[in-house]
Design a protein around this ligand. Sequence first.
Ligand SMILES: Cc1ncc(COP(=O)(O)O)c(C=O)c1O
Length: 406
Amino acid sequence: MDTNLPQSPLWDSLRSEQKYLQTNSLLRHRYCLDSAQGTHVSRQSQSFLSFCSNDYLGLANHPALIDSVGALAKQWGVGSGASHLVCGHSQEHEALEQDLATFVGMPRALFFSNGYMANLGVISALVGRTDAVFSDRLNHASINDACVLSRAQCKRYRHNDMSQLAFLLANTRARRRLIVSDAVFSMDGDQAHMTQLLALADEFDAWLFVDDAHGFGVLGDKGQGILEPAQRTHPRLIYMATLGKAAGVFGAFVAARAELIELLMQRARTYIYTTALPSLLAGVVRESLQRIEKGTALRQQLQANIGQFKRGMASLLSCSTRVDQPYAWYLLPSETAIQPLVIGDNETTLHVADALSQRGILVPAIRPPTVPQGKARLRVSFSAAHGAADVERLLEALGSIQGQSH
Ligand SMILES: Cc1ncc(COP(=O)(O)O)c(C=O)c1O
């Protein structure tokens, strides 16, 4: 931090905040890549094997998607010029929304700039002061922020605790009720209980808003995400997925009944008051959707990587879930591409991430407030573009670091 900042209580408060972050190993850094995104990236001309990205299918740098950009830019230019409701909405956006709705098997879809804005827009459009949101404690930060923005009462239930959710729903007098859950929890990798959530939405006349940022493209036989075919037409369901993770591009969409999407177009401020994403990006997402649909082999490779890692870690830790020993390393029980290895305290977690990077491997150290105090972790994320040798290299490195720390 700049040491020449003027002396005053205002600047002192900033300095002490920075100092707090530093002393508690909570400072975050960003590293500048000098390569495209991928399982092998380069930083300051040094090559690393990366387990950091949400590019689960390896599409972010796919030649077919890259090739599509030139023609799309020629047709649509690079900027959209205005918001969707002014004059920024093109046939490419329109076609993407139709493709997305068809792909997830829901009546209509609305294309947003990103997942954060979709969450802010949908939640604050649907509920207000006289209403209540029921939100899983481990939901993404954007959902928590959306609840605050909406001014609705926010009731957070224990992670995946359907009995507590039922209790809270039974004891509310709110005009409108909105249940909100991540589909795949972004820092734990486990999944929401969709059948029970939908049943509770029915029982208590609520909407269910599901954020499938980490399931879309990965779960389901064609990558349609967490929803089972029969759930996709559930009238109370509002589905959101992002397009910057498995889809490898950028953006997000919300799918639901047509009348709900119509209302979002009228009320979702993060849809109305922002410049539309360039049409060329919408076109690249359409190309990506085709890859996702035909991506069975990619999803199989991803599953193989996850399985190899889980088996390797189970033998490394001798038991894969040691939740009873808070400061021993343990792997959270996740079946998805997000494999969290809980280390415990912030400093040790940073130390392990650093030791991996010295071995040429990048894995992010996730610390509070993103995860609870004492549950700092390495968030290992897999891609279909990883191979068995990559997973083996990670396991060996973790084994040698663990051996040294005991
Ligand atoms: C569960 C979840 N929802 C929403 C978002 C935000 O999506 P986006 O990156 O498109 O803004 C993220 C991103 O990390 C996420 O993990």
